[in-house]
Design a binder for this molecule. Structure first.
Ligand code: NOJ
Length: 985
């Protein structure tokens, strides 16, 4: 009982307050495991894991798959043949057509289908139909290029008996050795095996079979038929399967595809996003510190997801890379159904007396999908970028976003009125905090009806947009795929009357629950559905939107509150009569695809200046990178979530979808001020940088944090804004090569084995900018791993470090541990502005960081940051290089070819940018020989235009204890888009 006097009552109320507040600060929430299947609860996963166990436990296990040698043909870069599966129990043989394609890019692709024994659809129940065919349309959504067939691939005469050998790839250094019986493929580079298919004999294509109602055999008490039981397959989940009160009917019966893929000599595998765990994937078959569940890919709304887990999350990218010293290879398992991946490692000693020296680790993986084709692409590297580049060529490069999209986004669930939005906008200005985009979550709608505004709270959306536009700011509004089932809502009426929604297993419209209550789901697999969706975003349809309004697609896994595993039943039917199970993981991408097209179309329809769409998605698949950004969903305002965000974002980068970020501040719960501040410092290094918070949290706009936090957060935001030219260049690089925007150690230093599992620090683009945000409470120093023998300098005070090894950087709250690696030049724009749009004509600063060699280089890509004019060459692309031997800094045109015959748009853009200059050049670790030098000589006009040489002042600053000497050229006046040379000697 509380005593109502003096201290005791005060302490009691403090205690109560703390109980309330502290529980909000560190939310004690955990994922509801019971809502999601384990492998054991997923029939096909369980069967295939059991199959793998049998293969491993059986000495002389012989995989029952063989390639019929007589069927093999190799023509114009494509090998075809028939793989036969022998069924031991019946003696029957199943014919599985095999295709191995060799592409010009050096990528190989192995596809196995099942011969159709019956044409057309099959009758399901009540007259509805489902395709009697393995799903073969994943390619249609995911693959956009890189499939021109190799003219150089050739069958080799020196294949060993029982194999077919194809030599392919650049300079013919790749080989695919196709083993006939048992069937398998070894992929080699320079004669050394890099990847093996079916080496462990786990290939398993569950073939179609008629449903036979077996009589339950009568067994007398005490009688056991051990042999028959061991032989029998586990049929319990072949024709239906129950979980969490829902029964999934399976009219086609068992249809899983599975195979082992071995990476001999490779210690690390990465990728298969999205999971909340370390970048280097863990073993998944139990044991100390290992997972006991496979990595799962089944796009789901995993509420309050847990850290360090192979559980599925919102998106799926079935692309994996393997890494060993100086070699990277990879595979892309093109399958849109629920997929599980087991990872195990084994060590082989070079010889028993070598005491571990020369031993090597091999990583084995086992891929299991519920339905569809076996369709695997193989990338043989040898560099990380070769693998990511080839994967990106296939699935598409990252969209080059508008510049605002890579600046800071301010979101919460919800800004409650249009006045509220305007007020937040004004407060950012009052506190001099830059931001580009404010977001509206679901509450802006009238009763969760998308494409409407709540007339009470958002009476004047156009007025709101206009105010934002005054400082070139944007609005992003949420539009989800569930459409409220309510009378007098024209959108739902059209959806129903045009029959554009997903169907249930009985082929009637599927109804489920989401934010609005009873809802239907747009089927974006349907061309008509997409066409209709496209029309909904026209300015005259979605009234209240303007050119500065963009879109957020959430809940697109799809999330269905009353559905199995919070998603749609697998036996639902989509356009073309495919079952939802076949294409589940692609579902989210189809919505974003339709929204992207809609944003393109709305400008066309108004004949407006065409700008690049911006769409944020929660659910994704291989290829989503072409359409916008992703974020890691509903994290928590807790330190482990901040920590986990770095490997998650890095993993997205090496999975070909680098435009990624996590909710800054944490979605659920209230962050302490320290956590919020540290999160902004980390967020400044996410490619997608957005603060977001749950509806039950307290307001936390940066200006509310109070001092010193608001100032420190503002500094983090300013750092992001000043480095926007570097970020934009990194995005451009991603958009043409697939390179990650923030990069893990292994990607930058593929020869440095010690750094292969480092995932808490990141490099920004190709600039040698190495950040390691603080992710632990109360931490004031940060250990940073330096992989190479190079000088690194503190970004802020030029304190000098030297690799290789680990160095400790002071990291009080106001500091972001950020180093500059010697040998690079990076661009900045240092004038503080309210939004990135207002920086369009600002001058540049170039930072030249000299390391051991004394040379440095870097690039800058620039365009109008909003339109498609860059496709007509309206851009500036420069290479800056500093040559130590001659002490000269040069700017050269990287778009020289385009510049030779410039388009009108290209000329207009250069004209527009003519006055934009370099206002400062900073040389870090400036040579001591410059001491006493007062001037540098500038010659302009290297791109052909005329200009006289001139001199400007150089300020040289000597070394201070521990810090590098530096020099600055103030106002060199050279054009950012022009060719020039500066002599320092
Ligand atoms: C779930 C999303 O993950 C979250 O970011 C959003 O605020 C809510 N849906 C409400 O729309």
């Amino acid at each position: 009982m509380l005593k109502v006097n003096g201290w005791s009552s005060r302490w009691a109320s403090l205690l109560l307050l703390c109980l309330a507040v502290c529980s909000l600060i560190t939310p004690a929430v955990t994922v509801k495991h019971e809502n999601f299947k384990t492998c054991d609860q997923s029939g096909f996963c369980k069967r295939n894991r059991a199959y793998a166990d049998t293969a491993l436990a059986t000495s002389n296990w012989a995989s029952p798959y063989s390639l019929d040698a007589a069927s093999v043909k190799f023509e114009k870069g494509i090998l075809t043949g028939i793989v036969s599966k022998k069924i031991a129990t019946t003696g029957e043989t199943v014919r599985l057509p095999l295709t191995v394609a060799f592409y010009e890019s050096g990528t190989a692709r192995v596809t196995i289908d099942e011969e159709r024994r019956q044409k057309g659809d099959i009758e399901l129940r009540h007259g509805s139909k489902a395709k009697k065919q393995r799903y073969n349309e994943a390619e249609k959504w995911a693959v956009v290029g890189g499939t021109s067939v190799s003219t150089g691939a050739a069958a080799s005469k020196d294949a060993e008996a029982g194999t077919t050998k194809i030599v392919y790839g650049p300079a013919s250094i790749f080989e695919a050795v196709i083993r006939h019986a048992p069937f398998g493929v070894d992929f080699k580079r320079d004669g050394e095996t890099q990847i093996k298919f079916n080496d462990q004999g786990m290939l398993n294509m569950e073939h179609w079979r008629p449903k036979v109602d077996k009589p339950v055999a009568e067994k007398k008490e005490g009688e056991e038929d051990v042999a028959a039981e061991a032989d029998a397959e586990d049929e319990g989940t072949w024709w239906d399967e129950s979980f969490g009160g829902n029964t999934d009917s399976k009219p086609r019966g068992p249809e899983a595809v599975a195979m082992d893929i071995t990476f001999p000599g490779y210690q690390h595998v990465y990728g298969v996003a999205e999971h909340a765990g370390p970048l280097s994937l863990k073993e998944s078959r139990g044991g100390d510190g290992k997972y006991s569940e496979p990595y799962r890919l089944y796009n789901s709304d995993v509420f309050e997801y847990e850290m360090d887990s192979p559980m599925t999350l919102y998106g799926a990218i079935p692309f994996m890379q393997a890494q060993k010293k100086d070699s990277t290879v990879g595979v892309f398992w093109l399958n849109a159904a629920e997929t599980w991946i087991d990872v195990t490692k084994s060590t082989t000693a070079a010889n028993p007396l070598s005491f571990g020296i020369g031993s090597s680790v091999t990583t084995q993986t086992h891929w299991i999908s519920e339905t569809g084709l076996l369709d695997v692409f193989v990338f043989l590297g040898p560099k990380p970028q070769d693998v990511i580049g080839a994967y990106s060529e296939l699935t598409g490069y990252t969209q080059l976003p508008q510049q605002f999209a890579i600046a800071y986004h301010q979101c919460r669930w919800n800004y409650v009125t249009d006045d509220d939005v305007k007020d937040v906008d004004r407060k950012f200005d009052r506190y001099n905090i830059p931001y580009d985009v404010i977001w509206l979550d679901i509450e802006y709608t009238e009763g969760k009806k998308y494409f409407t505004w709540d007339p009470m709270t958002f009476p004047d959306p156009l007025g709101m947009n206009k105010q934002l536009d005054e400082h070139e700011r944007k609005l992003v509004a949420i539009i989800d795929p569930h459409i409220k089932n309510e009378a007098n809502y024209p959108i739902v009426e059209e959806l129903k009357s045009k029959d554009l929604a997903v169907h249930n297993k009985d082929d009637n419209i599927y109804e489920g629950w989401c934010w609005p209550g009873s809802s239907y789901w747009i089927d974006c697999f349907s061309p008509k559905g997409r066409e209709w969706w496209k029309g909904l975003f026209r300015y005259d349809k979605f009234k209240g939107t303007a050119k500065n309004v963009f879109i957020w697609n959430d809940m697109n896994e799809p999330s269905v509150f009353n559905g199995p595993e919070t998603t749609m039943p697998k036996d639902n039917l989509h356009h073309g009569h495919w079952e939802h199970r076949d294409l589940h993981n692609i579902n989210g991408m189809t919505l974003v695809n339709a929204t992207y097209e809609a944003l393109l179309a709305r400008d066309k329809s108004e004949d407006k200046h065409h700008v690049r769409p911006f769409v944020l998605t929660r659910s994704f698949y291989s290829g989503s990178q072409r359409l916008g950004a992703m974020w890691t969903g509903d994290n928590q305002a807790a330190w482990p979530h901040l920590e986990a965000s770095i490997p998650m974002v890095l993993s997205m980068g090496v999975s070909g979808f680098p435009f990624a970020g996590a909710d800054v501040g944490g979605f659920f719960g209230n962050p302490s001020k320290e956590l919020l501040t540290r999160w902004y410092q980390a967020g400044a290094f996410y490619p997608f940088f957005r603060g977001h918070a749950h509806i039950d949290t307290r307001r936390r706009e940066p200006y509310l944090a109070g001092e010193p936090y608001t100032q420190i957060i503002t500094q983090a935001l300013r750092l992001r804004y000043s480095l926007l030219p570097a970020w934009y260049t990194a995005f451009h690089e991603a958009s043409v090569s697939g390179a990650p925007i923030v990069r893990p150690n292994y990607y930058v230093h593929p020869g440095d084995e010690k750094g292969f599992d480092i995932d808490d620090q990141l490099y920004l683009g190709s600039y040698g900018l190495l950040a390691k945000p603080v992710t632990k409470e109360g931490q004031e120093g940060q250990d940073i791993y330096l992989a190479d023998k190079e000088k690194y300098f503190d970004y802020f005070d030029f304190w000098t470090y030297e690799g290789p090894g680990t160095v400790t950087v002071a990291a009080p709250l106001e500091t972001i541990p950020l180093l500059m690696q010697g040998g690079h030049i990076f661009p900045r724009r240092d004038r503080p502005r309210r939004s990135s749009g207002l920086m369009r004509y600002d001058p540049f600063t170039l930072v030249v960081v000299l390391g051991h060699s004394g040379d440095a280089e870097g690039t800058l890509y620039l365009d109008d940051g909003e339109s498609f004019d860059f496709e007509a060459g309206a851009s500036i692309h420069r290479r800056f290089s500093f040559v130590g031997a001659t002490s000269t800094l040069m700017s050269e045109d990287l778009a020289a070819a385009a510049a030779a015959a410039p388009s009108k748009k290209a000329k207009d853009y250069l004209k527009l940018m003519e006055k934009v200059r370099v206002e400062k050049i900073i040389i870090v670790n400036a040579p001591a020989a410059w001491k006493g030098k007062e001037e540098v000589e500038i010659s302009e006009g290297l791109d052909g235009e005329s200009a006289a040489a001139r001199k400007v002042t150089l300020d040289w600053h000597p070394k201070e204890a521990g810090k590098a000497a530096w020099a600055v050229v103030r106002d060199p006046g050279v054009r950012i888009g022009g060719g020039w040379k500066i002599g320092f000697a």
